[in-house]
Ligand binder design. Structure first.
Ligand code: ZN
Length: 500
């Protein structure tokens, strides 16, 4: 046993206190989103803010400082201890750099801004939200000054969600992706193939939808003995511990696709969280490697697997048993219906192809806002201009335009790119998976999803956040992140569907 191992054990006991608070927070949050009575919300807010304070104290204490300094002085740390202390060091320094009173002021401003955004969205009135957006941007810019930045101010925000990624790289990757998607979109617009989706709208009983969703989740390998599925307005996944990872969905009885795909998506997040190696508990590394890597897992299941022809060759039979109205719909029509491309205004309702364009638009605008090159007075016009240019659509009001997402209201600048990065990581993982499992598609056609989960468990999930995203993608696929794999995947898929 190395000398430092005893100290690391003590350190883990200390970090566990933070994990317990994370778990407490998750339970309270889950409850707040699912069953809390409306009148109970303000008090719950107080409790959550108290827990946040306790976490802050543990993260920035002298005890934490002493542990970090101790491990800093040792050269031959094993990878887990090293990643653990470096992670804590980064968080400690970050928290210390921002004056506490300014952070408290920001939290207050953000919760106000969120509330105003909700009203403004309902009233379709960007002008109402505008001063709050300005406030939030000012806070972000102030914090960037405290934290420092390298080359581009936006890099500091990206680091919160996707450590290691920079504006320089995203500019290259996203412009390649944007041009490719627009090219495919043009080809689809010229195509004579017309896809019918009428049969996907109608009446789909909620209970039946739930039955199919649970069946598919089970087949994917989401462990219901260590999970749950509840209903919320906006679906999410939440981890309360390694043996308690819960999902939510929302059922629309007139739409077959919505709940099913949100379940598959959240199931992908859930399978990730359920399969992080248990030895990482107590190190704060039992999280996903980044938002983008997490999103790669949900989008992998949702799109690459869940919208593939092989998947439906296997599961269409069971689907028809639950929904006999599909009995007259041939498999190929059903499959094409699930993959219809239709440029739309709302990100969360967009198809697999155009989804990334919604993200790229937000990325391009955020970067300019944070660097002070675009003002809150001009951003709406710029938003509408980009939607017209990239997607060929124009919002009729602010609700389906600039006010559609809550991210800017609560200060989550730098978050959006993770969604599109998830698509890129996912396709790059697929490329490697195809090499490792030569009969991937024939297995999938048989409904054997277990081997996919095993591959993801072994290569990605078990590591938690032991590796940074750039290290992980290299470790798993042998190469750096590239847009090439996803672009190839898109051309291959849509040229078959739309005959170009
Ligand atoms: Zn997600």
């Amino acid at each position: 046993m190395k000398d430092y191992e005893k100290t690391f054990k003590e350190f883990k006991n200390y970090l566990k206190k933070i994990e317990y608070l994370n778990s407490t927070e998750a339970v309270l949050y889950w409850d707040m989103r699912t069953v809390i009575p409306k009148q109970g919300v303000p008090y719950r807010g107080e409790v959550l803010s108290y827990i946040g304070e306790q976490k802050y104290k543990l993260l920035t204490s002298d005890i934490m400082k002493n542990y970090i300094e101790y491990f800093e002085g040792i050269d031959d740390l094993d990878p887990v201890t090293k990643a653990c202390y470096l992670n804590c060091k980064k968080e400690y320094e970050k928290q210390k750099k921002i004056p506490k009173d300014r952070y408290t002021a920001y939290v207050l401003a953000a919760s106000e801004s969120e509330a105003v955004w909700e009203e403004a969205k309902e009233e379709k009135n960007y002008e109402k939200f505008k001063p709050h957006l300005q406030k939030i941007i000012n806070f972000q810019r102030e914090f960037i000054e405290y934290l420092g930045y390298d080359k581009d101010k936006y890099n500091t925000l990206l680091d919160d969600y996707e450590p290691g990624i920079t504006v320089e790289r995203l500019d290259t990757i996203f412009s390649q992706l944007r041009d490719a998607i627009i090219d495919i979109l043009n080809k689809i617009n010229e195509s004579s193939v017309k896809i019918n989706t009428d049969f996907l709208m109608g009446k789909f009983d909620k209970k039946d939808q739930e039955k199919l969703s649970l069946y598919i989740l089970h087949k994917m390998g989401y462990d219901m003995d260590r999970g749950a599925l509840a209903e919320t307005m906006h679906p999410f996944t939440i981890k309360m511990g390694s043996d308690d990872v819960r999902l939510t969905t929302h059922y629309y009885e007139n739409d077959f696709r919505s709940a099913l795909y949100s379940c598959i998506h959240e199931g992908g997040h859930g399978i990730y969280d359920q399969n992080i190696d248990k030895s990482l508990y107590g190190t704060l590394l039992s999280e996903g490697a980044s938002m983008g890597i997490h999103e790669s897992q949900s989008r992998f299941y949702e799109n690459i697997i869940g919208r593939s022809l092989e998947f439906w060759k296997c599961f269409y039979g069971e689907t028809k048993k639950i929904f006999p109205q599909f009995n007259n719909v041939p498999l190929m029509d059903f499959y094409k219906g699930m993959n219809e491309v239709k440029p739309s205004l709302v990100r969360t309702e967009s198809d697999e192809l155009t989804y990334s364009l919604h993200i790229i638009i937000r990325y391009e605008l955020e970067k300019e806002l944070i660097n002070g090159r675009l003002s809150v007075d001009d951003v709406r016009e710029e938003w509408n201009k980009k939607y017209k240019e990239y997607l060929g659509v124009t919002p009729k009001d602010d609700e389906e335009g600039i006010l559609q997402d809550m991210h800017w209201s609560d200060g989550s600048f730098g978050y959006f790119p993770s969604y599109a990065l998830g698509n890129l990581y996912g396709a790059q993982f697929l490329h490697k998976m195809e090499q490792d499992i030569p009969d991937l598609y024939s297995q999938l056609e048989k409904g054997n999803l277990a081997f996919i989960k095993e591959w993801l468990n072994k290569n990605i999930h078990k590591h938690g956040s032991l590796y940074k995203p750039e290290e992980l993608i290299k470790l798993v696929t042998g190469s750096e992140l590239s847009a090439k794999y996803f672009i190839d995947y898109l051309y291959k898929k849509y040229s078959k569907i739309y005959n170009f």
